[in-house]
Design a protein around this ligand. Structure first.
Ligand SMILES: [Zn+2]
Ligand SMILES: [Zn+2]
Length: 265
């Protein structure tokens, strides 16, 4: 399995960056994990969007799904997706229509978003939308996908696991979450843990929804992850500081993800 970082920003984008998006590939299968703002353009540097088999969303916060909008426009309106010849494209009877796995309630959220200026069903027209249940087990080519609910501001937020049925390893993506045993159990002994490190310090009041780099390292250590990488972290936080906090807590080197990083799992 190969994992490419397309964007790792939190809800406010890094300079020149993108919000959450990871390309997961194995053999002939290409899956986009989260599709935050900025991700569609970043993805196109690595893969042709008509070759994406599926998109999997962890939760329905803007920074994890907003680029479904430009992705949908491409799938519906790009000349090469049309049934009749346009310019140098011969026309196609089989335009790409990737499967979109999104949490329960996604269709209603998408309709509210795109209905604000245009057709409510933009995203449903472009993708084969399937609302998943947390207990579902997906098979996408040789990749097996599992979910596990984690505590966050949105109740329906899911950590996502990709495991290879073809000799590759196991990737665990924590999505966004407060400190939680749920992720530690779900990520037990994983090969690669992509874990959020949003905060410079714990929230001062109210319900917790994110964690710090030191807490991320602690989660990785307690999960006995083989490797951990920090994601969902702003370029306004000091990378050296974040990496040293997480490394000390994990007991092994931890890096902040950079766009274009590729991990073999
Ligand atoms: Zn987020
Ligand atoms: Zn979130």
């Amino acid at each position: 399995m190969r994992v490419t970082v397309l964007g790792k920003s939190p809800s406010y984008t890094d300079a020149g960056g993108a919000c959450s998006g990871y390309l997961v590939e194995e053999d002939d299968v290409r899956v986009l994990l989260d599709c935050g703002n900025g991700v569609f353009g970043k993805m196109r540097k690595f893969v042709d969007y008509v070759d994406v088999d599926a998109v999997v969303l962890s939760h329905l916060h803007a920074d994890h799904f907003l680029d479904l909008v430009p992705f949908s426009y491409a799938l519906i309106y790009a000349p090469r997706q049309q049934p009749v010849p346009v310019d140098r494209w011969p026309g196609t009877d089989n335009p790409a229509r990737p499967v979109l796995y999104a949490p329960q309630g996604a269709a209603e959220v998408f309709r509210r978003v795109t209905g604000a200026w245009g057709p409510e069903d933009l995203i449903e027209k472009a993708f084969d939308l399937r609302e998943y249940d947390q207990a579902d087990l997906l098979e996408i080519g040789s990749l097996r996908v599992r979910f596990h609910q984690v505590p966050h501001f949105l109740p329906n937020t899911n950590a996502v696991e990709f495991s290879s049925t073809n000799g590759g390893g196991r990737l665990t993506y924590g999505a966004d979450h407060s400190p939680t045993e749920e992720l530690i159990d779900f990520a037990r002994d994983t090969d690669l843990l992509l874990i959020e490190a949003t905060l410079p310090r714990p929230e001062r009041d109210g319900v917790r929804g994110h964690i710090t780099p030191a807490e991320a390292g602690e989660h990785a250590r307690r999960a006995n992850a083989r490797r951990a990488v920090l994601v969902h972290i702003s370029d306004e936080l000091d990378t050296d500081w974040a990496e040293s906090c997480a490394t000390e807590a994990f007991g092994h080197p931890v890096k902040v993800a950079r766009e274009g990083d590729v991990y073999d799992v």
